[in-house]
Write a protein that binds this ligand. Structure first.
Ligand SMILES: [Zn+2]
Length: 284
């Protein structure tokens, strides 16, 4: 049995501050260990429930955060940057292979604009005001659930702070298995449990969730699919449109329409990549 684990870092045990999230940041190296501990716990639970192969996609920042030397031996790590030519499905690249019995989202965070959220954003914080899937505001939890759902895989577990736990249950069902590793106090502050504690919580929840996978449906929608991205500024939307993908629906908003969620997500990601591109210094 194959299991897929998508990993982000904002929702990892102990992570509260931007400094934890970026190479060179104070305590970043330590935060990588907390993150790897959360991931190992999920892999361990999956293996206890019968998994024979576990894909782990490092889906945060430069996507090279998880410590391979410390990673559980049952895991296969998807590593490398989220560029269209490298990881077009970003945090769930690898799912296209198909045949995954269940997916888990480990270390996830709440969507852009979440009132009182911890490190809240959607995919690229500096660009994205909001992403809507079929008209409904969507965070990374729902977006990833929709992509893996296209390949027939249900999300069975989400781990992170209490804000993302609420979001995941609202979007994916109140009966979703979740682990709250910390409570939000402010945009960069939380009351976290220690890895020694969350390790067994995540391990046990992952085992329960994988065993109960038959009770969860893959997230699906009726085509055609529309994904709208509302940028912070209209120059960003204009740049995104330079890809020739998407259509403008307002000054700051671009719509990606297509037959399924992965194709829209791929195009949207290309738009974000283009919107991030800098002009040469002689043009500034
Ligand atoms: Zn992240």
């Amino acid at each position: 049995m194959k299991i897929f684990i998508a990993v982000d870092m904002e929702g990892a045990t102990g992570v509260a501050h931007r400094e934890h999230l970026l190479p060179g940041g104070n305590d970043y190296e330590r935060a990588r260990r907390w993150l790897t501990s959360d991931v190992n716990a999920a892999v361990e639970g999956a293996v206890a429930a019968g998994a024979t192969e576990v894909y782990v996609n490092d889906g945060h920042g430069n996507m090279r955060n998880i410590l391979l030397d410390e990673l559980h031996e049952a895991a296969r790590l998807v590593v490398g940057p989220a560029q269209a030519r490298n990881k077009p499905l970003v945090q769930v690249t690898g799912i296209e292979e198909g045949g995954f019995a269940a997916a888990m989202l480990v270390g996830f965070h709440s969507r852009a604009g979440t009132p009182g959220g911890l490190l809240s954003h959607t995919w690229v914080g500096m660009l994205v005001h909001e992403i809507r899937l079929q008209g409904k505001p969507a965070g990374e939890t729902l977006l990833d659930a929709a992509i893996v759902g296209h390949y027939g895989t249900p999300v069975v577990l989400v781990t992170g702070a209490d804000d993302v736990v609420r979001e995941a249950k609202a979007d994916l069902g109140a009966d979703l298995e979740t682990v709250e590793v910390k409570r939000v106090l402010g945009p960069s502050a939380c009351a976290t449990l220690a890895p020694k504690r969350t390790r067994s919580m995540i391990r046990d929840a992952a085992e329960r969730a994988v065993r109960a996978r038959a009770g969860r449906r893959p997230w699906t929608t009726t085509p055609p699919v529309a994904m709208d991205v509302e940028f912070h500024r209209r120059e960003m939307a204009q740049r995104a449109l330079d890809t020739g993908l998407g259509v403008p629906i307002s000054d700051r908003c671009v719509r990606y329409a297509g037959p399924d969620v992965p194709s829209c997500a791929r195009d949207l990601w290309r738009g974000l990549e283009e919107a991030l591109r800098e002009d040469g210094s002689f043009l500034k």
